[in-house]
Design a protein around this ligand. Structure first.
Ligand code: NIG
Ligand code: FE
Length: 417
């Protein structure tokens, strides 16, 4: 049996211990242990406490040691919303948006998501795998140990399955774990223009059953947006998916206030995401049902839209998570440091709330709260070590990557040295 791993003398061990998702003031409780330590056996944390406690308990055992003196140790970040498997790029559309053209107008003209759909349909699986691998490597270097990945650049059976299979393959050949989401309802195919309901019928009858049968996705998501899919269409698809065992997520109230947040609460979705234009009633309903609000400040920034009302949501009792939304259209960045900076400086979240939103509440958003998101005995050993002594440095050193070491399932998988 492999030797145990002893991480000791962390100036701050941020455990994020407790029950998930964390709500209201509990988001500020990140369970800091000064001079903290962890014992890891294989892929699991078996003890968390002060260095003195654990040194005494495991006295005399021959263990591999990591000395974290002067460093902050925290749970691996979970990026709970990305679209990471795609081909091509939309740099030209971005330049149009810089001149003032609107995202939905570009989409309406056949650009936007359809542009990426065309490139992704053409791409060989090997190309998508290589692209996925290099994107995940960049995420890992910023402390991401788990990522949610959405399909949705196929919009037909073959390419949706191809994207999901690429994610399955990536799960085997690199360390960042991917939680897969089926998002065949990402845009309306041009041949269904003006008949989005019929496109939903097609997804329900032809695509969903194959996705469910193949067990390639844990969640089903839909772009519930003006000019894309209505609240009624979203309800229909997500309930059909639930019947087949796929949990619900929604792109909700991103550009126009449609009532996606209310729908998420109504149908027991695990999360509603974006929420830039969430209504007060939507906030209330999500707080009642503890639906996680996954907020994506880098998208609001890239679209030059207002930020989601994070403060109002947290204060009203909505469990809030943060993610990048990495995708080639609205937000081509997987930068966790950028998300942290925007959450602190533009959304008025506290440093502790931001950490909860990237760990504990993100774990709840991807349906993995019992396994990841905190540093406690029994949890998977997904851990990051910062080059600074306190979590307060994360927003303070604006836009900088402070991650020095990343441990996934008990193994050191990244070192910035
Ligand atoms: O989260 N809103 C829909 N989906 C993405 C954008 C995808 C794209 O433009 O390629 C989003 O913003
Ligand atoms: Fe998205």
């Amino acid at each position: 049996m492999a030797k145990k791993l002893f991480i000791k003398h962390a100036s701050e061990l941020v455990t994020c211990a407790g029950s998930f998702p964390k709500i209201g003031n509990a988001m500020n409780d990140i369970g800091i242990i000064p001079d903290g330590a962890l014992i890891i056996e294989n892929d699991t944390i078996i003890a968390a406490g002060t260095t003195a406690e654990l040194q005494q308990k495991y006295d005399g055992e021959d263990m591999t040691v990591i000395d974290a003196t002067g460093k902050c140790v925290l749970p691996g970040f979970i990026d709970a919303h990305t679209h990471l498997v795609f081909a091509g790029n939309r740099s030209e559309e971005f330049s149009w948006r810089l001149k003032g053209m609107r995202y939905l107008d570009i989409m309406e003209r056949g650009g936007g998501i359809m542009n990426t759909v065309r490139a992704t349909r053409k791409a060989a699986k090997t190309e998508l795998l290589e692209l996925g691998q290099s994107r995940l490597k960049a995420m890992l270097a910023m402390g991401v140990t788990t990522v949610e990945g959405k399909s949705g650049y196929g919009l037909d059976l073959i390419t949706e399955i191809k994207q999901l299979e690429v994610m399955q393959e990536l799960n085997k050949n690199q360390p960042v774990e991917i939680i897969p989401t089926f998002m065949g309802a990402h845009a309306v195919l041009p041949e269904y223009k003006g008949r989005s309901g019929e496109f939903i019928d097609y997804l329900i009858t032809e695509v969903l059953p194959v996705v469910a049968e193949s067990k390639l996705a844990a969640f089903c998501d839909i772009f519930c947006e003006q000019g894309v899919f209505s609240v009624d269409e979203s309800r229909r698809l997500l309930l059909a998916a639930q019947k087949l065992g796929l949990k619900s997520k929604l792109h909700a109230d991103e550009i126009v206030q449609l009532g996606g947040a209310e729908l998420a609460a109504e149908i027991g979705a695990v999360s509603a995401e974006h929420l830039l234009h969430i209504s007060d009633q939507g906030i209330e309903r999500m707080a009642e049902t503890k639906t996680v609000g996954v907020l994506l400040p880098a998208t609001a920034f890239s679209l030059r839209e207002q930020f989601a009302p994070a403060r109002k949501m947290i204060d009203a009792g909505v469990p809030v998570a943060l993610a990048t939304d990495f995708n080639p259209g609205s937000c081509y960045t997987s930068s966790i440091p950028l998300v942290i900076a925007l959450a602190a400086l533009s959304m008025h979240m506290t440093p502790a709330e931001i950490i909860t939103a990237l760990t504990a509440n993100a774990a709840a958003a991807v349906g993995a709260a019992e396994r990841i998101g905190s540093l406690e005995a029994g949890k998977q050993a997904d851990i990051i070590i910062l080059e600074e002594p306190s979590h307060l440095f994360l927003p303070y050193r604006v836009g900088m990557n402070l991650v020095e070491t990343v441990i996934k399932k008990g193994n050191v998988v990244w070192q910035n040295k």
